[in-house]
Design a binder for this molecule. Sequence first.
Ligand code: RIB
Ligand code: CA
Length: 307
Amino acid sequence: MKQKVILDVDTGLDDAAALFLAAGAKELDIVAIIATAGNVGLDKTVENTLNVIETTGLKCPVFAGSDRPLVRQAVEAGDFHGETGLDGPVFGKRVIQELQEEDGISALIRLIKTYPKEITVISVGPLTDLAHALQKEPALPSLVKEIVVMSGSFSGGNVTEDAEFNAYADPEAAKIVFSSGAPLVMLSLDITRTVTLTRERLDYLRMIEGRSAEVFSQCMDTYMANYESKKFGWPQMHDPLCVAYVMDRSKFVAEYKRVVVDTNSVSPSYGMTSKENLDGTGGVTIPTDIDRAWFWEMMERSLRNLP
Ligand code: RIB
Ligand code: CA
């Protein structure tokens, strides 16, 4: 039975890799995709998401989510993703994909209520859309099957010394989501930093036939160059790991903790996530290790499944 998923993305380069992995995965039924502001502004993440989904040939609706964080001034990550947020590939005129009229947060709530306990939300950008949805529909934690997020770090940040980008871009939203009581899975930098794309592997994946593999490779070329220029080593597969978790959680090892977010906007650790032991419920499942060979087999399989 395919798992119904809704992807919430701030399409940037690793978000694109997550979209390709999901679109080519036979385990998943992508019910909707919501583009939100994050790596770059909403206008660009919408355009990037529509172009990637057009490339996959997937017939699934794309909605626009939030255009700004709940409280703080917007921050972006163009230094990793380029001025467009998806520097590298050049796209032609789209013939399938156009943005849906309905706003993404209404669509998120509507679909979760239409399919109670069946929808897994995979969020790989700032958690603004989920925070709005939880505020609008307090019953959401009992209606959603699971929420899987790429957010936070327990071992130092990638945008400040303490904070990871998605949590830092909207700490107030992250706090709402982590304290919502919804069934939550959090892939932090602690695990996503450990899955990287080497030049050898990229050159292998580039040989796969099809426009999807070509666009993926062009995105990864940019991602790899930006990591190299920052001397950050090989590019890290943050967002696709969240999709992989939903595809087969048996390939991961995880712990269960309470997660707290620093929402003190004048603190140097603003947006930092910390974990605490807890007895009983209200915690977050935190994957700590993954079968890396399996992950890359799935990435290759998805690219071979796509046009
Ligand atoms: O810190 C990594 C996260 O921030 C990823 O989701 C990447 O796309 C950026 O949004
Ligand atoms: Ca992202």
